[in-house]
Design a protein around this ligand. Structure first.
Ligand code: NAD
Length: 253
């Protein structure tokens, strides 16, 4: 039992994760742009810094878990997506690492996406700048792209950022993993389905199990990755997608 931070806690996967962790007996500091314990805009450096300080005040400087779920959808502006979905998400992981180090068996989970496997859409220069932590260059590299390209590229970069942190975080005793959701029944998916361009593309994503996932089932996977049953799971990307990834790239790992 311990204190967990969940970003994006006001809606969808973040809200379901908050509920699940509280049901499991943890205390949860929810963060969002509205309706949360900590209200902050993760799209800005000031918002991220003030969130980290407010969380320190609430947690007493000690965290057992962080879930970086806040995100914009592929229908949003490309630069805003880069700032929130990559830089905001990673800033929370890196910025809360010191508080996790003070935990007893700490773990963190980032949210990627099954979209991250569509490598033909990934903008290499953007991903390089993300991984170098260069927000200005990354935003310039993605500014002329559509939201879907930015979304896929940012989610690809998030998965790589998790993998690349495995040595350093592991040495500190903090497990870090990513979940890559497939189509999940949240307000983001509703908005995607309603989009005349993106809706048909999302609906065409093959899914062997034949249905989208309830956010509670994403929360189950996240709770697993945070908990003692996943003590030897580190630096991995867990697809929770009804089998979509396996169909899209059956010959790749
Ligand atoms: N729903 C899906 O099908 C799906 C699939 C793959 C990945 N994901 C990812 O899962 C995560 C959760 O998505 P969801 O479907 O629950 O979406 P959602 O829209 O229901 O919830 C996202 C939450 O993030 C918050 N948020 C957005 N921008 C923010 C900012 N600048 N600062 C703070 N909070 C901010 C929103 O206010 C909202 O409460 C996202 O990272 C999303 O990209 C979702």
């Amino acid at each position: 039992m311990g204190t967990h931070v969940v970003t994006g806690a006001a809606s969808g996967i973040g809200a379901a994760t908050r509920t699940r962790l509280m049901r499991d007996g943890h205390s949860v500091i929810g963060l969002d742009r509205h309706a949360a314990d900590v209200v902050a805009d993760l799209g800005t450096a000031d918002g991220r810094a003030s969130a980290i300080e407010k969380i320190r005040a609430e947690s007493g400087g000690r965290l057992e878990g962080v879930v970086s779920a806040a995100g914009l959808g592929p229908y949003d502006d490309a630069v805003a997506i880069a700032r929130v979905n990559y830089f905001g998400a990673i800033a929370m992981l890196d910025g809360l690492r010191g508080q996790l180090e003070a935990g007893s068996e700490p773990a963190a989970v980032a949210i990627s996406s099954v979209g991250a496997v569509f490598k033909e859409l990934v903008v290499g220069k953007f991903v390089e700048a993300c991984l170098a932590g260069d927000e200005d260059t990354a935003c310039a590299a993605i500014a002329d792209c559509d939201g879907n390209t930015a979304y896929v590229s940012a989610k690809h970069a998030v998965a790589l950022a998790v993998r690349q942190r495995a040595p350093e975080w592991g040495a500190l005793g903090i497990r870090l993993n990513a979940v890559a959701p497939g189509a999940t029944q949240t307000p983001m998916l509703e908005r995607l389905h309603a989009d005349s361009v993106l809706g048909p593309q999302v609906k065409a994503l093959p899914c062997p199990l034949g249905h989208s996932g309830p956010p509670e089932e994403l929360a189950s996977a996240i709770a697993f990755l945070l908990g003692a049953d996943a003590r030897y799971v580190h630096g991995t990307v867990l697809f929770v997608d009804g089998g979509s990834d396996a169909v899209v790239r059956p010959n790749d790992l």
